[in-house]
Write a protein that binds this ligand. Sequence first.
Ligand code: HEC
Length: 394
Amino acid sequence: MDAHLFDWLNLVLRWAHMIVGIAWIGASFYFIWLDNHLHKPLDPADEARGIGGEVWAVHGGGFYVARKFRVAPERLPPELHWFKWEAYTTLITGFFLLCLVYYYGAEIALIDPAVRALDKPTAIAIGLGFIVGGWVIYDALCKSAFGDDPLVLGGLVALLSAVAAFALCHLFSGRGAFIHFGAMLGTIMVLNVYFVIIPGQAELVRAKEEGRPVDPKYGLMGRQRSVHNTFFTLPVLFTMIANHYAGVTAHEWNWVLLILISLAGGLVRLWFVERHKGAGNPLTLGSGLVVLGLAAILALPRNEPGGSGPASFAEVAEIVKARCASCHALKPTQENIAAPPKGILLENEAQIRSQAVSLYQQSAATRAMPPGNMTEMTEPERRLIARWFRGGTP
Ligand code: HEC
């Protein structure tokens, strides 16, 4: 593919993914907030009309009142808004973006021979297997007898997610593993909307139209999945930005970090839900922050390349030219790289010196660069860069 086309597809898909993703999660956060803030209707007549709760709000220069019926209104209005396309389009744009960046560009973004030397079709098949398999197993669990106890089910889902985090981090590059973890949970969230929550609502509307009582089964199933979606949200959002943090994704304990940060996200979300209901337990927020702190401590770089002795700029320049400049150049020679990634140029002395910190971090401290070690940088070379950096970049 033409590199310019690749860049623009990437730009458009990512932008679209973010827009619809915000619309989806924003609406979802709003409705959780709304549901948890409902109070008795101010007008007793409303209660008699079957309204169970209401919320008054002021926003954007107007007053709003949202009312929730205990069951359903007497008569359905001619127009009823549904919230579903935000979720579906998030999955669709995300899937194409995943295909473009991580499958089409698998050698750069997904495969890391130092983790596992997968060929491209195998790596893609495994990636898709996690996304599809994750849903199949999750859905079966929810429908099984375990689904009757929310705590047992929640524990099992968390345990399986942790196993997936471990497995992915032992199959793919760090960023490839993190994005697949997020894509797997994100897909579960969207399919929960598609297969359970929306059909449940459709049944509610049909029952109302046909004047028969609603089977509470649908509401309970939808509720169970909504609760899971709530807890998945913050971990999924983290994985979407995780590739900016090579110190996390490329760390030797990256799978533990992924689990800890996801746990922290779940606890913080729980605290928000508690707060909506009137009292956020400080212990919930505190434990989320403690878990995040533990992750930060664990992520301290430990396996810095050792060795001592002098390292000259000439040696560093030689390594950078051989291992980095095929991509980080004004005119990259690497296939699929149209422009220097992140605008980082490593072609001459001034550029290399100005990037000394990132150069050291990316190639020596975290080993995130070169991606998938495509240019076959050696350990002695990484050690040399570390020595040069620690020696004050002579
Ligand atoms: C095969 C192409 C390729 C090679 C070779 C390569 N890089 Fe990169 N580099 C990239 C890409 C792609 C990104 C953007 C990654 C992303 O999207 O997060 C990047 C990003 C970076 C960043 C910015 C990281 C950030 O998130 O801010 C630095 C610094 C960097 N590379 C340094 C290096 C160094 C040093 C070398 C040589 C040891 C190197 N790169 C070799 C492709 C390459």
